[in-house]
Design a protein around this ligand. Structure first.
Ligand code: ADP
Ligand code: ZN
Length: 730
């Protein structure tokens, strides 16, 4: 595949523009010294002020600065140049998100030491020169090395069962000759035909359609819309195989949380080896290896979290976005981009298809399908004998739990029944810790984070109160911090730890696993608990959203959602969609094998749209209603939205800047500026936050509008203005 990388001819430029991966809006010109040749995309070292920095050759010099005043490139690094399509992608993302191009470039080089030459190690190989004196020990070494493979002194000595000295003697005699070997192993090549599975007729039809898109080598966005357990992964694996057969690279994006060993094992079963992995838990040496192999075209499949989108693939032929609706694909820190949307852009720049896979498509994607911009492929039956679980709501007004408890007697009965049948039950509550709120019974004081507008969450195992937004924590106080009364603090509401306490009283014999990010640090801990569940070493799983995604637990038959109304409380316009997606995913964990599954939603408002849609399974109707509600108020995807957050440790200054911005907001057709109002987290990490929402018609160029607005705003250093195009919550 490496031969297909277009290295481009050196254009003989005397000056070039170089983009530096810092928060700089554009590339700067540099002189190409005589005798040096640079190609577009080359990684170079250039001076900037007193520093020498890494940069990427973006194009020919702009001539903005006189040639004589330019500084010279110091060095061209020995690495495959950044492909043209990657550079166009950086520019596109920068333009769309209104981020400095250099900040986006930084996303493409997130591997420490990626551009340093690989370290080599010395190994030894047998040559024809016989040693002057042959001993039995030396003979054993010669026999060991006679297979032609190069090995280190240590390896040879160990395999031959001799001392290092014997091997060194042969090196000195010239019988063993040194060779330099790379310290890093190459990646195995996934085999498109390693194992075929028999697809059902419906699966086969879907796979053929996706494969045809891959073979057309043209841009297309295709929704793979299949109910949980319908075999979406098996189906898109066929498209992956098709891309591999054409010698293309493939990227599979998963929400970070779904990147489990279960997925990697499945990949290995299908393709005969593990893919390259890219996410925050990958150690930096391995990141280097992956980055380098991607750039060289010597790795063909990368499975990664959102940041993998920025790897410099020279020959990408397919992107799969699994769980495309997942909120984790959008983040507001740094460059605020939605990985699903940017994957579509990357595919269109590279002229290849992107597959968006989901059982609960986002409203944006559903509307894109309906309006004909995206194609769609459906899978509406579970694979094999499995049936979709039966979902019902438990009306908590009619079947309330006992005082101080959180599980309705109806749900308790169902769990007991599952356990008696030797099956597993799962209780889902998207709340970490023991209790979300600590309240003083005497004065009513609620313990809040000193740096955020959030209550502190009690973690009883750790005996502390913690903020889930900034990481602040403190021991649980003996007395109320406000009125000083002792022993009057009470824990309000449940978190998973509290549910575990209740379960322990109800089912003292049951083996319980609490699955939340607090008890599971790192991939090994995840693997261990999921393996234990699969192997039926656990009877009751109590978990946060970690358990909602992608897992396949064949013995799980009863799922109880402890508080189905939870996500609807904060009332933003996406709350219904988000809650539906999450609970549908959770429900999808039940009954994935022969034993039928049942799902119980504990709700105080079972008549709510979301509950009714979940119980009836009428997803499309629900989406149509949600879409209509958005259309009425021209909200995304029927209109455009930009979030502008003004934040500062100095609250008064933040308000002052916001007022000033409000005065200067340009008038434009089809654009209205709402706010400033306190942002959803009005205080975060000690910074006061105010927010504008810019609402615009679908055809308005919101980027130009924002640029015009911000162009001559003087923002004091202590204030940060962050712009979020297409904010996830509104
Ligand atoms: P989804 O991603 O749609 O929830 P999966 O791809 O995880 O569904 O498939 C559900 C289960 O069914 C998995 O264990 C998968 O291996 C199995 N499965 C799906 N299709 C087939 C098939 N054609 N042959 C064998 N097993 C299959
Ligand atoms: Zn906090």
């Amino acid at each position: 595949m490496a031969s297909e990388i277009s290295t481009g001819t050196a254009p003989g430029w005397t000056s070039v523009s170089v983009l530096i991966p810092l928060a700089l809006p554009k590339p700067y010109d540099y002189k190409v010294p005589a005798g040096m040749t640079v190609r577009p995309g080359d990684y170079v070292i250039v001076p900037l002020g007193p520093q020498e920095l890494l940069g990427v050759v973006w194009g020919e010099g702009t001539g903005e600065v006189g040639h004589n005043r330019l500084k010279s490139i110091i060095e061209v690094l020995d690495a495959p140049p950044m492909p043209e399509v990657s550079r166009r992608f950086v520019d596109w993302v920068a333009g769309y998100t209104l981020s400095p191009a250099g900040s986006v470039l930084r996303l493409t080089i997130r591997a420490p030491g990626a551009l340093e030459p690989q370290r080599m190690r010395t190994a030894y190989r047998l040559c024809d020169r016989r040693p002057p004196r042959m001993t039995p020990a030396r003979l054993r070494v010669v026999e060991t090395a006679s297979d032609g493979f190069a090995r280190s002194v240590r390896e040879l000595a160990e395999e031959a069962g001799v001392s290092d000295g014997v091997v060194r003697g042969l090196v000195d005699a010239g019988t063993l000759q040194p060779v330099d070997l790379p310290t890093e192993l190459p990646f195995d090549a996934p085999q498109p035909n390693a194992s075929g599975i028999d697809l059902s007729p419906q699966q086969a039809e879907a796979a053929a359609l996706l494969t045809a898109h891959v073979e057309a080598e043209r841009f297309a966005a295709v929704l793979l819309d299949g109910i949980t357990g319908s075999g979406k992964t098996e189906v898109y694996f066929e498209a992956v195989a098709a891309a591999l057969r054409r010698g293309k690279q493939v990227l599979i994006l998963l929400p970070e949380i779904a990147l489990t060993s279960q997925f990697l094992e499945r990949f290995e079963r299908r393709f005969g080896c593990r893919p390259a992995e890219w996410h925050s838990d990958v150690p930096s040496r391995e990141r280097r290896r992956v980055w380098r192999a991607v750039a060289e075209g010597s790795v063909s499949v990368v499975v990664g979290a959102r940041s993998a989108l920025f790897l410099p693939f020279p020959d990408l032929g397919l992107i799969v976005v699994d769980e495309e609706h997942d909120a984790a694909f959008k983040q507001e820190d740094g460059v605020a981009y939605h990985a699903r949307d940017m994957a579509v852009v990357r595919a269109s720049l590279g002229q290849f298809p992107v597959i968006l896979s989901s059982a609960t498509p986002s409203l944006e994607t559903a509307v894109n399908v309906e309006q004909g911009r995206y194609a769609s492929v459906r899978l509406d039956a579970r694979f094999g004998a499995a049936e979709l679980p039966d979902v019902s709501a438990i009306d908590m007004r009619l079947h309330p739990p006992e005082r101080g408890a959180w599980l309705s007697p109806l749900l308790v009965t169902e769990i007991a029944r599952a356990l008696e049948a030797g099956e597993q039950a799962m209780l889902f509550l998207n709340r970490r810790g023991y209790a979300p709120l600590t309240l003083c019974r005497t004065c009513g004081h609620r313990i809040e984070c000193p740096q955020c507008s959030a209550w502190l969450v009690e973690h009883r195992f750790r005996r502390e109160l913690a903020c889930h937004h900034c990481g602040y924590s403190a021991p649980v106080p003996k007395a109320c911090p406000s009125c000083g009364a002792e022993d009057t603090l009470v824990a309000c509401g449940p978190g998973v730890e509290r549910i575990a306490e209740e379960v322990a009283t109800l089912f003292p014999e049951a083996r319980v696993a609490v699955v939340s990010s607090d008890n599971l640090r790192g991939p090994a801990a995840h693997e261990a608990v999921f393996a234990a569940i699969e192997n039926r070493e656990v009877d009751i799983v109590i978990g946060t959203q970690i358990v909602a995604k992608g897992h396949h637990f064949p013995w799980l038959t009863v799922v109880g959602v402890v508080d189905a109304d939870l996500g609807l409380e904060n009332g933003d316009l996406r709350a219904g969609e988000r809650t539906f997606q999450l609970l549908q995913q959770v429900a999808g964990r039940a009954g994935r094998a022969e034993r039928p599954g049942r799902v119980f939603l504990q709700s105080w408002m079972p008549e709510h749209n979301v509950m009714r849609a979940l119980v009836s399974g009428r997803r499309d109707e629900f989406l149509v209603r949600e879409a209509a509600a958005r259309e009425r108020v021209s909200l995304p995807p029927y209109g455009r939205l930009v979030g502008v957050v003004i934040s500062s440790p100095d609250a008064e200054l933040a308000r002052k800047v916001a007022r000033e911005m409000s005065r200067r907001a340009p008038q434009a057709d089809n654009v209205s500026v709402l706010g400033p109002a306190p942002a959803p987290m009005a205080l975060l990490r000690g910074r006061t936050r105010l927010r504008f929402l810019v609402k615009a018609g679908r055809n308005v160029n919101v980027q130009s509008y924002m640029q015009a607005w911000l162009a001559d705003m003087k923002i004091p250093n202590a204030v940060r203005v962050s712009v979020d195009i297409d904010p996830y919550s509104f």
